[in-house]
Write a protein that binds this ligand. Structure first.
Ligand code: AMP
Ligand code: GLY
Length: 426
């Protein structure tokens, strides 16, 4: 089979590396890709948000058998529907199902209607009414722009002053553009000891009939050590989540995952693809923080390296509605990904810095914002590289990953030094 993966980031590079191991995959393509994907796939220089241009390319390349649409934006505008309309086979939800991520207001309504545990919330499109609600509820309180905002549209406000400023930024100053036309205002969930709750990302394959959780992982969304600074797209991950176990998985399947799959079916929005559950362990049990309609980034970078089953077999089973026929197996041990970012990210940063890479041992370099310029590897985005290492446990994997990080450099490179330390016992 010849497979085209749509997307540019570390997640797509990780998916391509997993597909490369498949016995059934002959040639890989990546639209648009980066310097890393170009080593294992043919990069296709077409803007995937331009549906006309994508269709033109696909018509001209009948040799491509299968399409994997990963980023939230093309899923939200219905790229899967368009490709299926051309008779192509795809992995990824249709537009009417991708809304589970594209609109936080939709996701909250769904959870309310089907009694799926989540933070209490209200949705507003009127600034004055939202302001009154915030003043009534008080701080701490969480503000979320309704639409897609590169993972940055969430403000955790510890004081009322912060909340009022945040509301103005989102609804009046449009800091996240039209994503802020509506706002979800949410109770701030706390953990078992009234500290911020512990979070886990559970990615799941689903064909709408069966839902199979992958191994768990934990993201680090804030820019700086100790979970300080702005929210980012993700600064590093580790797998598995230390507080996860079989009993918890059974409970979450029963109270959250299966009810979500059935709720989407009942709404006439059957979800096929990878459904991402961002969950929090709170003083009142496991609750949903967010849904994503796709593989997580950088969660995928630590989950897929542990997959023993052929990823192409799973993708096709999802497309054909035969997921229950596939036995999905995982390696034991742990995996850590440290994200190397451009200094300044998630705010403004400079691109085009030359990257030097020494001997990184058996770690793997996952490319995100990289490019080749005049024959040299250069930075081309906020999150630039993910350094991924496996070990018998998280400590071993982390030590290997950080040893490899020391061999990589560019001007103003920034990374967190505490990936994989969270939730350690003692
Ligand atoms: P999201 O983009 O919805 O995943 O939110 C980003 C991060 O904000 C989450 O990973 C949590 O750490 C935090 N967060 C979101 N919603 C809440 C909430 N209701 N209570 C506490 N923290 C939250
Ligand atoms: N790592 C969080 C996300 O992919 O949205």
């Amino acid at each position: 089979m010849n497979v085209l993966v749509i997307g540019n980031g570390g997640r797509e590079h990780a998916i391509l590396l997993a597909l490369k191991k498949s016995k059934r995959v002959e040639k890989l393509y990546c639209m648009k890709g980066n310097a890393g994907t170009s080593e294992i796939a043919e990069n296709v220089d077409v803007d995937y948000m331009n549906i006309g241009a994508v269709k033109e390319y696909v018509s001209a390349h009948p040799e491509i058998d299968y399409f994997v649409v990963t980023p939230d934006d093309p899923l939200a505008i219905g790229l899967v529907d368009e490709l299926e309309g051309m008779g192509k086979r795809c992995f990824g939800p249709r537009k009417n199902a991708a809304v589970i991520e594209a609109s936080k207001a939709f996701a909250k309504d769904l959870m309310k209607k089907y009694k799926i545990p989540t933070a209490e919330s209200e949705t507003f499109d009127d600034y004055e009414k939202a302001l009154q609600y915030i003043r009534k509820k008080g701080a701490p309180i969480v503000l979320k722009a309704d639409g897609l905002a590169l993972g940055k549209g969430v403000l955790i406000c510890e004081t009322l002053v912060q909340a009022e400023e945040g509301l103005k930024e989102i609804m009046l100053d449009k800091a996240f553009g039209t994503a802020g036309n509506k706002i979800v205002i949410e109770e701030c969930m706390r953990g078992l000891k009234y500290t911020p709750g512990e979070e886990v990302s559970v990615l799941a394959f689903t064909d709408g009939k069966t839902i199979v959780p992958m191994i768990t992982s934990c993201d680090h969304k804030r820019a700086f050590d100790g979970d300080r600074g702005l929210n980012t797209g993700g600064m590093g991950t580790f797998s598995p989540c230390p507080f996860w176990n079989e009993k918890l998985e059974k409970q979450v399947l029963k109270t959250i995952m299966i009810p979500t799959m059935k709720a989407m079916n009942a709404e006439g929005r059957t979800f096929k693809g990878c459904l991402y559950f961002g969950l929090m362990r709170t003083d009142k049990g496991m609750k949903v923080v967010e849904y994503n309609s796709r593989f997580g980034d950088p969660e995928t970078q630590v989950v897929l390296p542990m997959l023993k089953t052929d990823l192409m077999d799973i993708f096709e089973a999802v497309t054909e509605g035969k997921l229950s026929d596939v036995k999905i197996e995982w390696e034991n041990g742990a995996c850590v990904c440290v994200v190397l970012a451009s200094g300044g990210y998630p705010e403004s940063y400079v691109k085009g810095k030359e990257i030097t890479v020494g001997d990184i041992g058996d770690a793997t370099l996952i490319h995100a914002g990289t490019a080749i310029k005049d024959g040299k590897l250069v930075t081309n985005g906020g999150r630039v590289l993910g350094v991924v290492a496996k070990g018998k446990d998280i400590d071993e994997a982390r030590n290997k990953a950080y040893s490899a990080v020391e061999k990589i450099n560019w001007e103003n490179m920034h990374y967190r030094k505490d990936i994989g330390i969270k939730y350690r016992k003692g």
